[in-house]
Structure formats: C-alpha cells, structure tokens
Design a protein around this ligand. Structure first.
Ligand SMILES: NC(=O)c1ccc[n+]([C@@H]2O[C@H](COP(=O)([O-])OP(=O)(O)OC[C@H]3O[C@@H](n4cnc5c(N)ncnc54)[C@H](OP(=O)(O)O)[C@@H]3O)[C@@H](O)[C@H]2O)c1
Length: 226
C-alpha cells in the first residue's frame, strides 16, 4: 500500500458505484491516490466508498458524492457508465468539467449484441464525449479491454491498455494512471483511434464466448522497451 501524496490528482469516478469504477478505485487507492466515487445518488456512492475504504483499511482515502460533486472536486475525471447513459451523464457533468482531463472507459455495446462492434455516429464513445464537453476538456480513452474482475484481484493482468486522447499530454497523464493501476499502457494516438480500442472489447467478448474463457486480453508486441 502506497502512502497518499498531495501531488497526485484527486480522481473523481463518474459511475463509481459500478463494477469497473470500483475496480479502478481499488487499484488507484492502493497506489496512494485520493478517490471520490460518484453516483446519481450521493448516498449510494457513500456506501460503496465506505465498503471499499474498509476493505483496504484506508481511513477515508475513498469517499462518495454525487457525480457532479465528484467532478467538481476532482483533478481528473474517470467515466465508467453504461453506454445507454453516456450522453445523459456527460450533459449532466459538462458544466463542472471545465479545464479537466476526462478519461472515458465507455464501450458502446448495444443491448443483446455485445459481440458486434457498433460505433455511435460521432465515431466512438470517446469522440461523442469530446463533442459534448467541448474543447476546454481534454479527453482520453482507456481501460476498454480490462475487466473489473482483473482489477479487483491482486494479481498481474495479462493484457495491455491502449490509450488514445486529444493531445500527447492527455495521453501521457492517462498512461500515468494506467501505470498506477498496475497495467501497461500504450500511447495509441489521437482520440479518433478510440474506435479501435473500444471495438476490441466486442472482439474479446466474442473470443471469450468461443473458447469458454473470461480472460481474453491484448498485448502489443515487437516494440523495444522505451
Ligand atoms: N465491467 C467491466 O469489466 C468493464 C471493462 C471495461 C470497460 N467497461 C465499460 O465501463 C462502463 C461501466 O461498466 P460497468 O460494468 O462498471 O457498468 P455498471 O456496473 O452496470 O454501471 C456503472 C454505474 O453507472 C451508473 N449509471 C448511470 N446511469 C445509469 C443507467 N442509466 N443505468 C445503469 N447505470 C447507470 C450506475 O451508478 P449509479 O446508479 O450509482 O449512478 C452504475 O453503478 C461501460 O461503458 C462498460 O462498457 C466495463
């Protein structure tokens, strides 16, 4: 367990009561980050935060709040909501995200067809986020191929993370958080490339179904250490 450090940004997780949000909170809190779990209902977030905080004996490093409060108080915003709620939630936090980095893990899965890649008209969920939030919010996209089950296990994860974003700085800051979560992140280029990383989730779900597995992941090969 790493001690808290004032130089690390506070991370607000919108949809933080859900599976992926709690998994990321678990990893980042252990790495010394202060986390605010966000929810549409502040009391639900407080309860989820209390449970995680107790599990890790963190004495208050993870707290809960409404999504809007979590965004307002955070330096970096993590978005982990079902695609069906993506536009509505982004509209609700937009006024509070000015000048921040938002990392979107949303995969635009369609009900009943999780093995089929289907991107929204914006090109990808992350591009949709950028369109809604505007140019004053940097957007990165990451973690699409990392299951919450891996995040909640204290074991190495056999899968890399492709990170796209609106600027090299946005991608670098997101990769820092991928590393803090104990994963290998790759700068995968501009946000337009997020259609590939988001789409990979359907490919991995298909492979898992075909092989009766739950662990399919990806690795970048052929690149020397940098
Ligand atoms: N699960 C994974 O392993 C995984 C892996 C990679 C990426 N992702 C992506 O991460 C996102 C979140 O996945 P998840 O599995 O964490 O989802 P989840 O557990 O079903 O939901 C996450 C949270 O979203 C909030 N939410 C807001 N609007 C909602 C609505 N209309 N209906 C339902 N929930 C709503 C809920 O919090 P409140 O009710 O407290 O507001 C909920 O706890 C998805 O886009 C998914 O594709 C998931």
């Amino acid at each position: 367990m790493t001690a808290p450090n004032a130089e690390r940004p506070i991370i607000g997780i919108v949809g933080g009561t859900g599976k992926e949000g709690k998994g990321l909170a678990y990893r980042w809190a252990k790495a010394g980050y202060t986390i605010i779990l966000g929810s549409r209902a502040a009391e639900r977030a407080a309860s989820a935060a209390h449970d995680l905080d107790q599990l890790l004996s963190l004495q208050g490093r993870i707290t809960g709040a409404s999504n809007v409060d979590a965004v307002s108080r955070a330096g970096v915003v993590m978005l982990t909501v079902p695609y069906s709620a993506h536009v509505e939630i982004l509209e609700s936090i937009k006024a509070f995200a000015y000048g921040k980095l938002l990392i979107d893990a949303t995969v635009p899965l369609q009900a009943g067809k999780p093995t089929r890649v289907q991107m929204p008209s914006a090109g990808s969920a992350a591009q949709e986020a950028r369109n809604i939030l505007g140019n004053d919010v940097e957007v990165a996209a990451a973690f699409h191929t990392i299951s919450y089950e891996h995040l909640l296990r204290d074991e190495p994860v056999d899968s890399d993370v492709l990170v796209t974003g609106t600027s090299p700085d946005a991608r670098a800051r997101a990769i820092e958080l991928v590393t803090a979560a104990g994963l290998k992140g790759w700068d995968a280029g501009p946000l337009e490339n997020s259609s590939v990383s988001e789409g990979l989730t359907s490919v991995l779900i298909h492979i898992n179904k075909k092989h009766g597995s739950r662990q399919a992941g990806i690795r970048i090969t052929g690149v020397g250490s940098t």
